[in-house]
Design a protein around this ligand. Structure first.
Ligand code: AMP
Length: 401
């Protein structure tokens, strides 16, 4: 059995999964929450066995210790020692333009992750804390980093540059990088496999619609464009993020409200989007509940969410010069048939025709488009951890060959 441990460290949390790669099976899943805060706790699930505890967790190192102690002592999946684990795959959010594939952890790689932390301060430093904890506690076990930005590295310069003085790209590397790349890669490859077609020659649009949302245009298995940019704030309107907004409106608000850059950042990232417009919730289910009770602002937020997705799909049909496959994934994309129906409404000009009956209630890997329509429409559940595990295993195996 080839086993990969996938680690996803956030600023105050650490998620991990032990995955049996050849069988694509999740053996153990765990979450350590509120690291460094009061009320920290963990929950680990293996089959029908659940272990949960309120326990002080000071830092990421202790979180990794909890995971490893469970895996080597109490897990129903028996490990003789940590060396039964073939590799550890770490999720890293921002890999800048340096990384076009997964990489082994080295001092140079860690330095780059630290350097790019300026673009993803909430994520990269926490990712690094998880990496360093695993390095210290699992000596000799290959540590691999898989970046959210890697899949988007195929975008052309005219797609990723902003129309600002070029010196800011040279000085600070300000450009579009995209995000959710691991999800877009996994989902697009699953779609190709499910349809039994070749990536080469296939034009696909993947809509990753969750609390964070992004859309990617893919041709020949390579990203042509993606809606997120320098940070995950660009593009669609999301749960709490504004998405695209005229930068002049941002400066105007800062002046009028005497806001610091940090305060404005907080408004655009945490208080905008579905939550900001509706004043109710960032959660699509709660928003739709409010709509059924006649709440007009909830309805407006919902319509804005849909409209921007339709507009982005339209622009990507232009970027791809056509479309063969449209895919929905993530929390909303996988579970919300109404949102899918609204997005696909009046899109027949593009050959997008949903089968309302099949779409209804669909929440697993399936084709939901009308038979014979020019564009095939799919629901494909995403699995970022599986993708990280696969890329980790590939890299580890390539070294041992
Ligand atoms: P994510 O960020 O991918 O976890 O997605 C979160 C969003 O997905 C929220 O707006 C939820 O309302 C929506 N969502 C998640 N699970 C479901 C579900 N089972 N049914 C309907 N909506 C869901």
């Amino acid at each position: 059995m080839q086993l990969v441990l996938v680690v996803n460290s956030g600023s105050s949390s650490m998620k991990f999964q032990l995955i049996d790669i050849p069988n694509e099976k999740k053996l153990v899943r765990g979450l350590v929450e509120k690291i460094g805060m009061e009320n920290s706790s963990y929950r680990i699930i293996a089959g029908n066995q659940i272990e949960e505890k309120q326990i002080e967790v000071k830092d990421h190192r202790q979180a990794v210790e909890i995971a490893l102690d469970y895996l080597t002592h109490r897990s129903p999946v028996h490990l003789n020692s940590l060396s039964d684990i073939d590799g550890v795959g770490h999720r890293v959010v921002q890999g800048g333009s340096t990384f076009d594939k997964a990489a082994f952890v080295t001092p140079e790689v860690k330095e780059k992750i630290r350097e790019y932390g300026i673009m993803a301060p909430l994520h990269n430093y926490a990712n690094l804390a998880g990496i360093e904890a695993c390095e210290a506690l699992m000596p000799g076990i290959p540590q691999v980093v898989v970046f959210d930005t890697t899949f988007h590295q195929t975008m052309a310069p005219e797609v990723y540059h902003y129309g600002i003085p070029y010196k800011y790209y040279e000085k600070y590397r300000v450009r579009r990088y995209g995000a959710h790349g691991t999800s877009h890669k996994y989902v697009s490859e699953k779609a190709i496999e499910f349809l039994g077609v070749q990536a080469k020659g296939t034009k696909m649009i993947v809509c990753h619609l969750g609390n964070g949302s992004s859309i990617t245009a893919i041709k020949d298995g390579k990203v042509v464009d993606t809606s997120m940019g320098f940070t995950p704030l660009e593009g669609l309107m999301m749960g709490t993020r504004s998405g695209d907004i005229d930068p002049a409106a941002v400066m105007f608000l800062m002046e009028q409200e005497h806001l610091t850059p940090k305060e404005m950042d907080e408004i655009l990232n945490k208080k905008s989007g579905l939550l900001g417009v509706s004043g109710i919730s960032n959660d699509m289910r709660e928003l739709e509940d409010a709509m059924t009770c006649g709440n007009k602002r909830a309805e407006l937020a919902h319509k804005m969410f849909i409209y921007r997705i339709k507009k982005t799909i339209g622009s990507y049909v232009a970027a791809l010069n056509g479309l063969d496959v449209l895919v929905f994934t993530a929390g909303i994309g996988e579970n919300n048939d109404y949102v899918r129906e609204m997005i696909c409404q009046d899109m027949d000009f593009f050959g997008i025709k949903l089968d309302a009956k099949i779409n209804h209630g669909m929440d697993h890997l399936a084709e939901i488009g009308e038979k014979g329509a020019p564009v095939r429409i799919l629901v494909v559940p995403t699995d970022e951890e599986m993708e990280i595990a696969k890329e980790t295993e590939e890299l580890v195996l390539s070294r041992s060959k």
